[in-house]
Design a protein around this ligand. Structure first.
Ligand code: PHE
Length: 363
């Protein structure tokens, strides 16, 4: 007798299993009897016709009629069953190659390879630098990339119109003329404004590093980019001296480039540190003998540093930064430059092109 979809009054898993097994075996028998295209068309209509096909009946008699508690389970089973019926009916067409999974599957085809992602070398180097300072008790502080003149310059002791501002090739946001100068927005030229933000937030003692993106109006070439990254450092406490600065940075450079490197501190100028020093490391390519990388000097300049200028501390006197009582040091290093030296990269632009052939080397 031809199969008809029964009404269900028992929705227990066992009863559902039985009903589904009956339906499957009915279809298996009917598929086996298909001999011609006409047979197949009749089979297709009987099972798949939208009005009153067996699949539609299942929907009405089993799923729609199911009590609330059973709906989820019935829904899942009916869905699976539908897919199975559809495939079975389609592959029953005479002349269709036997559709068993084993026949369709070519195990000699190469698999789908999902390449592993990797940290961008700038992120990787930033994290490495942060890790070195974290081990010395530094925590991480961040600030916005769009800054005010106050944070980027004024609180860093660049007086208005001071020529030191020119060294920073600032990109200003347009249309700010109606605001007082200190509130005007710009793209931060260094991570030093995070020093100010950190001192506003935390009373001394403080030890923080501040990683982030900075902008300068530079024409891109192999060693310049209008966007780059820095890691800033700030330590303020009782009795912090220049030897603490030297020891800390000497240790950090050895961690970064290997215990063989030596450091030297060269007099420099920054408005927010006094005294200021450029930190140089022995050229790790030639070991200090002189080569193309170090322009025959044996030394490579890596970062700016210095003792926090008392005027900078005095901005935060009310928060415990009395220059008579506490002192500190600060430093700022360029992440791309460090990555270039560490990995032998000769063009800063490579960091920003997103070329997978370059990036995958850091996987
Ligand atoms: N902000 C300086 C720069 O971008 C680097 C620096 C940071 C120097 C902290 C001294 C202390 O050039």
């Amino acid at each position: 007798m031809a199969y008809t979809v029964p009404k269900l009054d028992d929705y227990s898993p066992a009863a559902l299993d039985r009903a589904i097994a009956d339906l499957r075996s009915a279809l298996e028998h009917e598929v086996a009897a298909v001999k011609s295209d006409a047979d197949h068309e009749a089979l297709r209509i009987r099972w798949r016709a939208r009005t009153n096909g067996i699949l539609t009946q299942i929907n009405d008699l089993w799923l729609k009629a199911a009590p609330k508690e059973a709906k989820r389970d019935v829904g899942q089973r009916v869905n699976e069953l539908k897919t199975w019926v559809e495939e079975k009916v389609e592959s029953a067409k005479p002349g269709t190659a036997s559709a068993s999974v084993a026949d369709k599957l070519d195990i000699t085809l190469p698999g789908i390879r999902r390449p592993l992602g990797a940290e961008h070398p700038v992120v990787k180097t930033t994290n490495e630098i942060i890790g070195i300072f974290a081990k010395m008790g530094y925590s991480v502080e961040t600030g916005p990339e769009i800054e005010t003149d106050y944070y980027n310059f004024e609180s860093m002791n660049f007086p208005p119109n001071h020529p030191a501002r020119d060294t920073q090739d600032t990109i200003f946001i347009a249309g700010q003329e109606s605001k007082p100068q200190r509130d005007r927005l710009l793209l931060r030229t260094h991570t030093s404004p995070v020093q100010t933000r950190a001192m506003e937030k935390h009373r001394p003692p403080i030890r923080v590093v501040a990683p982030g993106k900075v902008h300068r109006s530079d024409t891109p070439d192999a060693s310049h980019s209008p966007i780059f990254h820095q890691v800033e450092g700030l330590a303020v406490d009782n009795n912090i001296t220049f030897s603490d600065l030297k020891g800390t940075l000497d240790h950090a450079m050895k961690e970064l480039f290997g215990s063989d490197v030596k450091t030297r501190f060269f007099p420099s100028f920054f408005p927010f540190t006094e005294p200021s020093a450029d930190v140089q490391v022995t050229c790790f390519k030639c070991g200090g003998k002189g080569c193309r990388l170090c322009k025959m000097s044996g030394w490579i300049e890596l970062l700016g540093s210095g003792m926090v200028d008392p005027k900078v501390l005095a901005f935060h006197k009310d928060n415990g930064y009395d220059p008579e009582k506490v002192s500190g040091f600060a430093f700022g290093m360029g992440v791309e430059r460090i990555a270039m030296l560490k990995y032998g990269i000769d063009d800063i632009q490579l960091f920003f092109h997103g070329d997978v052939r370059f990036l995958e080397q850091f996987a």
